[in-house]
Design a protein around this ligand. Structure first.
Ligand code: FMN
Length: 219
């Protein structure tokens, strides 16, 4: 059975978040197209996952750079890197990934970057080859849904956006096919337009979901 992982990075909850509402519209449309796909969720603000602290950085260096084995690590190093690998192993079992996040200070909430840091594992999600790094998650599809307070598309602000850009670069680095982002923006510019912008975001999300639901055809 194919599986979709729905990863959200917003502490506001569904009641208050525009992005989470748009995300639900995406999921509903996706599920209508693909009732065969199992959907699981991760709320990164309620999820206890390894952070790239001194133990993890050290364990990562010892394993990848110095050829240590797990039993040669300190207890905290071994415990944390084992959890990190388990997270990545679980992540790899999915076929579709949907990320939902707001733009915060030109980027994404920090929990999203901290989560992605768990997925960059040489030999598991990417490999070093003679031609440089190669993503190993090449049979998977991902999409990002991003809400923004300001207006970026078609303005000089566009080039300052670095949250969606980073996420797409990271997922493509890991080998995934990444669809065009569903962007809903301008929410904080004119509060009276929020319902209209929200409706547009949901429509865009439903359309994107139909496309996203198609099987990945590799050429
Ligand atoms: C900490 C913080 C930082 C923000 N930084 C930006 C920003 O750099 N650019 C922007 O357009 N909006 C910014 N916003 C506004 C949100 O992106 C905007 O309100 C968006 O609609 C939130 O979506 P949500 O309702 O799904 O949380 C910021 C909001 C917060 C809470």
């Amino acid at each position: 059975m194919k599986k979709l992982l729905y990863i959200t990075a917003n502490p506001k909850g569904l009641e208050k978040s525009k992005g989470l509402k748009i995300g639900e519209a995406f999921l509903e449309a996706f599920q209508a197209e693909r009732p065969d796909v199992e959907i699981n969720r991760i709320d990164l603000f309620a999820y206890n996952f390894p952070q790239m602290d001194a133990d993890l950085v050290s364990a990562r260096g010892k394993l990848a750079g110095y050829g240590y084995t797990l039993d040669q690590l300190s207890d905290p190093e071994r415990e944390k890197i084992t959890k990190m690998h388990a997270l990545a192993d679980e992540f790899i079992t999915y076929d579709f990934y949907v990320f939902v996040s707001p733009m915060w200070n030109l980027n994404s909430p920090a929990v999203l970057k901290a989560y992605i840091d768990n997925l960059f594992i040489s030999g598991k999600t990417f490999a070093h080859t003679a031609n440089g790094p190669k993503g190993l998650l090449d049979n998977k599809k991902a999409i990002h849904i991003q809400t923004r307070g300001g207006q970026y598309i078609g303005t000089p602000m566009q080039e300052l956006e670095s949250g969606d850009r980073y996420l797409k670069i990271a997922l493509r680095f890991l080998g995934m096919a990444v669809s065009d982002t569903v962007v809903a923006e301008g929410f904080d510019l004119s509060p009276h337009r929020v319902p209209e912008l929200l409706d547009q975001g949901k429509r865009d999300a439903r359309a994107a979901a139909k496309e996203f639901a198609k099987e990945l055809i590799q050429v």
